[in-house]
Design a protein around this ligand. Structure first.
Ligand SMILES: Nc1ncnc2c1ncn2[C@@H]1O[C@H](COP(=O)(O)OP(=O)(O)OP(=O)(O)O)[C@@H](O)[C@H]1O
Length: 342
């Protein structure tokens, strides 16, 4: 039987009468990248702190590599924390230590000898793309470089689990992309299991293989990233709205629910996986004699596979066309109708 690297069973965390985590259960197989998303106050940080053994749940338990973290003594917890790397939103580097000194800190605490430590720091600098920069001071680094140091420090003790707390929220989009790429490479190269919390669906889309959506301390959705991307759940939908194409306001203003004569039909079409690359629009056009205009759309990579989200206007919105467009794993919904001269 394959035991998941991390198992979370019915954890609850209360602050006074407030339930920050309410009966949360999930498991993470080795090598997965789990993204935890939710609105502000949903319980993401509370969950990450419990996973990192920085806080104890009031009920339930957390099992890492078969060991129940919630039953450990303080001394045992210090040992267990070495198996968990933590990457912080604001890097948390010590300004009085060089880059190498920051990365070496957990190794010093673990009692590693100086020469072995030096070798390990060099290896880590290389891994995060900072080879030759060990003598710099944190103040001489960009935000992205600081986060690379934070990641190297988190990896120093060769953890089984890497926890990332909004690791890219303080970075610009380009640097965010490079840090996510680094995390992906580390995951692939070391087979390291990663749990990251974020409020940005775009971060989830780029890196997570599995997603948990938290709301008011409860898990409301849990599944592969592509499945969550195609969700109909209202809370997840709201989190996704910035990443999703929206109907242009000028067209939305003329939208009706009733099919007026000569109306154009406005539909939303979602296609997951390789099916997104098929010529289904030209096939529909030829077969049903409809013209198809693209009003808004995005074609992005979600969980490593294509995902098309299109808002289309059809001159012929008969049931035959709609049925055809709903086939082969495509999901289609009619948004409404607009006059032909929109
Ligand atoms: N130490 C604490 N004392 C009291 N209440 C707390 C404490 N930590 C968290 N909470 C409360 O628990 C709930 C969950 O907070 P948490 O920080 O886990 O949410 P979050 O999803 O990480 O939010 P954000 O995205 O804003 O950081 C919130 O209502 C918060 O006010």
């Amino acid at each position: 039987m394959v035991v998941d690297l991390l198992q979370v069973v019915g954890i609850t965390r209360r602050f006074g009468s407030h339930l920050a985590l309410d009966d949360v259960s999930f498991s993470v197989p080795k090598g997965e990248i789990l993204g935890v998303i939710g609105r502000s106050g949903a319980g993401k940080s509370s969950l990450l702190r419990c996973l990192g053994a920085l806080d104890r749940p009031d009920e339930g338990h957390i099992v890492l590599q078969g060991e129940n973290l919630t039953e450990l003594t303080q001394a045992q917890l210090v040992q267990a924390r070495r198996r968990i790397g933590y990457v912080f939103q604001h890097f948390n580097l010590l300004n009085a230590r060089t880059v190498a000194g920051n990365i070496a800190l957990p190794l010093e605490i673990a009692g590693m000898k100086k020469d072995v430590r030096h070798e390990r720091v060099e290896e880590l600098l290389h891994l995060v793309g900072l080879a030759g920069q060990g003598d710099k001071w944190p103040s001489q680094l960009s935000g992205g470089q600081k986060q690379r140091v934070g990641i190297a420090r988190a990896l120093a003790n060769d953890p089984a689990l890497l926890l990332c707390d909004e690791a890219t929220s303080a970075l610009d989009p380009e640097t965010t992309a490079s840090i996510l790429q680094l995390l992906r490479e580390i995951n692939a190269r070391l087979g390291l299991t990663i749990v990251l919390i974020t409020h940005e669906m775009d971060v989830i889309r780029r890196i997570a293989t599995q997603v948990i959506v938290l709301d008011h301390g409860r898990i409301i959705e849990n599944g592969p990233t592509r499945q969550i991307w195609g969700t109909t759940h209202a809370v997840t939908h709201a989190l996704l709205s910035d990443s999703r194409p929206q109907l242009p306001p000028a067209i939305e203003a003329r939208l009706t629910d009733e099919k007026i004569p000569d109306a154009r039909t406005i539909i939303r079409l979602r296609v997951e996986g390789d099916a997104a690359w098929e010529p289904f629009l030209s096939a529909a056009s030829q077969r049903f004699g409809t013209d198809i205009a693209l009003l808004q759309g995005s074609m992005v990579e979600v969980g490593g596979a294509p995902f098309a989200d299109l808002i289309l206007s059809l001159s012929n919105g008969t049931q035959g066309v709609l049925d055809f467009l709903s086939q082969s794993g495509r999901s289609m919904e009619v948004t409404g109708y607009v006059p032909a001269d929109y």
